[in-house]
Design a protein around this ligand. Structure first.
Ligand SMILES: NC(=O)c1ccc[n+]([C@@H]2O[C@H](COP(=O)([O-])OP(=O)(O)OC[C@H]3O[C@@H](n4cnc5c(N)ncnc54)[C@H](O)[C@@H]3O)[C@@H](O)[C@H]2O)c1
Length: 333
């Protein structure tokens, strides 16, 4: 192999005869002219190393090495609320880890856009991929039993009767003083956050139990399920997220004999497009929140990527009924 010699290499090489016995032409830095090594030079003999001295080839590594147990290859993941915010980023994490995905969202049009964007991103970043993931979009209201049943049937029909992972990110919060909370809104809030989690989990569990397959469910709770946020009043949301966390533990115990694991992720204050807008309008609120976070910053949606892949994959085979707080240390102070 002949490499264009650098000045220092040339000076070193000058002292060493090549194996053929020929010496390299004498050169000094002062004599190197522009283009000198771009032309042929009949006085230079290139001698290739013998086969036994050739270094082995190394494969090109496109990704960093990680444990195989984190891979989601061959799995199908359903993400509710995956059209936007945290659900969208978690869907991306699951797809990047090898899963096919089904985005289930109240906003069907956004879900279609989200699936297309994730697919484009995958193609752009993996131009040589052997296989492009299947990412489907589905419209449903997770608080409605009929809608959930229908959408899970739709997902199964589009994914070869296969669901392995469920992530429940559909949810919302709103702030009213407890004594002023309109009852119908409170019911809607619990309907989406609590019933929505419950209904989706039960529908996926029925499929897993009937097909005798293991599965992993990750409920998205909130640190609000363990602490009381200040200064904003949001009692029903806090109670709803406490319910989500305990649903995960309870279902983990009920379904453990079926090989179904159920865990909860409790994010702290996360900076999504939605919260960013709220906080841009209320800089004092942002300062208050941040002052209470030991890490001194709000979380980014990407901060959930590792957590969701860990809990969805075989990397967490002996973890069930757990609550993984991703909150910059908020809840330990
Ligand atoms: N953003 C935060 O700071 C934060 C912190 C802790 C927990 N969480 C929880 O994380 C989850 C996602 O939050 P986000 O910030 O990404 O919210 P988001 O509003 O950006 O996204 C929520 C998604 O859920 C969908 N959705 C709402 N109601 C639905 C319904 N009835 N059926 C189906 N889909 C529905 C919405 O259309 C939207 O796409 C929520 O459960 C939220 O409570 C968020």
């Amino acid at each position: 192999m002949f490499r264009r010699p650098t000045t220092s290499a040339l000076l070193r090489l000058r002292l060493c005869p090549l194996r053929s016995g020929a010496l390299l032409p004498k050169a000094s830095p002062a004599r190197i002219a522009p283009g000198q090594f771009a032309r042929t030079d009949p006085s230079i003999t290139v001698e290739y190393p013998e086969e036994k001295d050739m270094p082995s080839s190394a494969p090109v590594r496109r990704v960093k090495r990680t444990l195989g147990s984190f891979s989601l290859e061959g799995k199908v993941a359903v993400v509710t609320g995956g059209a936007r915010g945290l659900g969208y980023v978690m869907t991306q994490a699951l797809v990047e880890s090898g899963a096919d995905a089904a985005i289930v969202d109240l906003n069907g049009e956004e879900a279609i856009k989200a699936a297309a964007m994730l697919l484009k991103h995958f193609r752009d970043t993996n131009p040589d991929a052997d296989r492009v993931p299947t990412i489907t979009a589905h419209s449903a209201d997770v608080s409605s039993p009929g809608s959930v049943k229908a959408v899970m049937e739709e997902v199964l029909s589009q994914h070869n009767n296969h669901i392995d992972v469920l992530v429940t990110s559909a949810g919302f919060t709103e702030n009213f003083k407890a004594e002023d909370y309109p009852h119908d809104r409170m019911q809607k809030l619990w309907g989406v956050n609590v019933d929505g989690t419950y209904l989706c989990a039960v529908e996926v569990a029925k499929h897993l139990i009937a097909s005798k397959k293991p599965g992993s469910m990750v409920f998205i709770g909130s640190m609000s399920g363990s602490i009381v946020n200040i200064p904003q009043p949001q009692a029903p949301y806090n109670a709803a997220k406490a319910a989500v966390r305990h649903l995960a533990s309870s279902m983990a115990v009920e379904w453990s004999t079926h090989g179904i694991r159920v865990n909860c992720i409790s994010p702290g204050y996360m900076l999504t497009a939605l919260t960013k807008k709220i906080l841009d309008d209320n800089p004092e609120l942002k300062a208050k929140w941040t002052s209470l976070i030991p890490q001194g910053r709000m979380g980014n949606p990407e901060d959930l990527m590792g957590a969701v892949v860990f809990l969805a994959s075989d990397a967490s085979l002996y973890v069930t009924g757990a609550d993984l707080r991703v909150d910059g240390g908020y809840t330990v102070t």
